[in-house]
Design a protein around this ligand. Structure first.
Ligand SMILES: NC(=O)c1ccc[n+]([C@@H]2O[C@H](COP(=O)([O-])OP(=O)(O)OC[C@H]3O[C@@H](n4cnc5c(N)ncnc54)[C@H](OP(=O)(O)O)[C@@H]3O)[C@@H](O)[C@H]2O)c1
Length: 337
């Protein structure tokens, strides 16, 4: 008999329409891994377009690994340890970012390398803690590792009201920077409240006419926004994008540097972020929490409803029976979401 769990999975590459809620084999922790009972997971715009969601390599050249479980940031409770795990115990409350080439956390259980996990912030419940790892680590790695943002510097953050942007504005302020952010006009109050000294309505105003002295531009939007950003950055400054690589020729023409990166699991980064949260300097902005049986609608809402901050999937282990039985795609519990 194979131990099973409930999970949201996609059996073919595509969009949210591919998700089914079904019985699946409960994973076993290998050496260096832990099995986590997921309490909540969170989702990210664009995640279903990333090759790593569907293959076992980041660049998409690896093997197809469908059926895949989405949603790579989560909060939960350690349920079992693989061999060689000495720094965690069953019952520990943890949160983390799962490497993108593994199954995500829209499931009752997930196995995760122990070294990527950190203790959940004491001041957050699991739903709010799940909104943190991917988005906050992206903002942290952009501002600290790639931009080396210094106190007193001016940073322009595009997309300040989004999942990553709401963390980036707060982290930049916590690092002592002067913050300008672009956002929709209706999000001005939110982004000001997070610490941005100036908020530019991206539909009504041209940021490049208003900002000419940014030491750092953090681009969370891409496309035209990224291409127009060179006018805003100082010579010697840097444009960091998380959406697409900035043009190196434009960077050279403006005497600036350019960086693109994909966020990486990072325990020390999560520990630093948890300290900021528990000291009251950083808080997740959660637009809504929905049952993980509504994963499809949650991903669709990212496109259609312009959420503020993060959308969280609450994982209810009591939702249905999951006694041991073989997991097959024709399982009686399977249903298209
Ligand atoms: N490289 C990485 O490691 C990494 C990590 C995380 C995310 N990402 C990518 O980064 C992007 C942002 O992620 P997210 O989770 O923050 O997305 P999100 O929650 O959807 O937020 C995007 C924000 O950008 C705003 N926006 C849209 N067009 C804009 C414009 N022209 N100027 C200024 N703001 C604009 C949106 O406002 P409205 O909704 O009001 O239009 C929204 O608040 C996505 O493409 C995601 O796939 C990459």
């Amino acid at each position: 008999m194979v131990a099973t769990m409930h999970a949201v999975r996609a059996h073919e590459r595509g969009g949210p329409e591919q998700f089914v809620y079904e019985s699946a084999p409960r994973p076993e922790p290998a050496a260096g891994e832990v099995l986590v009972a997921v309490c909540a997971a969170s989702i990210t715009a664009g995640e279903l377009d990333w090759d790593a969601t569907w293959t076992d390599r980041l660049d998409g050249t690896g093997h197809n690994r469908t059926p895949t479980v989405p949603s790579h940031e989560f909060s939960g409770i350690v349920a079992a340890l693989g061999s060689d795990v000495t720094d965690l115990e069953a019952g520990d409350e943890v949160f983390g970012l799962i490497p993108f080439t593994r199954d995500g956390a829209a499931a009752e259980y997930v196995t995760v390398p122990a070294h990527v996990l950190a203790a959940k912030p004491d001041t957050l419940d699991h739903d709010r803690a799940a909104a943190v790892p991917l988005a906050a680590l992206t903002a942290w790695q952009a501002l600290v590792a790639h931009a080396a943002l210094q106190p007193g510097q001016h940073v322009l953050i595009h997309g300040g009201a989004g999942g990553v942007g709401t963390f980036a504005v707060q982290i930049a302020r916590a690092l002592g920077a002067r913050v300008t952010a672009t956002a929709s006009a209706h999000d001005r109050g939110l982004v000001n409240g997070l610490g941005a000294q100036r908020v530019i309505d991206y539909r009504g105003e041209r940021f490049e006419d208003l900002v000419r002295d940014a030491d750092v531009v953090l681009d969370l939007v891409g496309g035209e926004t990224l291409r127009r950003s060179w006018a805003s950055v100082l010579r010697g400054g840097i444009v960091v994008s998380i959406v697409e690589p900035p043009d190196p020729d434009q960077a050279a023409a403006h005497g600036a540097r350019a960086a693109f990166f994909i966020v990486e699991p990072d325990r020390p980064g999560l520990v630093a972020i948890a300290e900021l949260i528990d000291s009251g300097k950083l808080r997740p902005i959660v637009d809504r929490v929905v049952p993980f049986t509504e994963t499809r609608a949650a991903y669709e809402a990212l496109v259609t409803e312009h959420p503020r901050g993060k959308v969280v999937l609450h994982v209810d282990h009591g939702a249905a029976e999951h006694e041991s039985r073989p997991a097959t795609t024709s399982s009686g519990t399977r249903r298209r979401l």
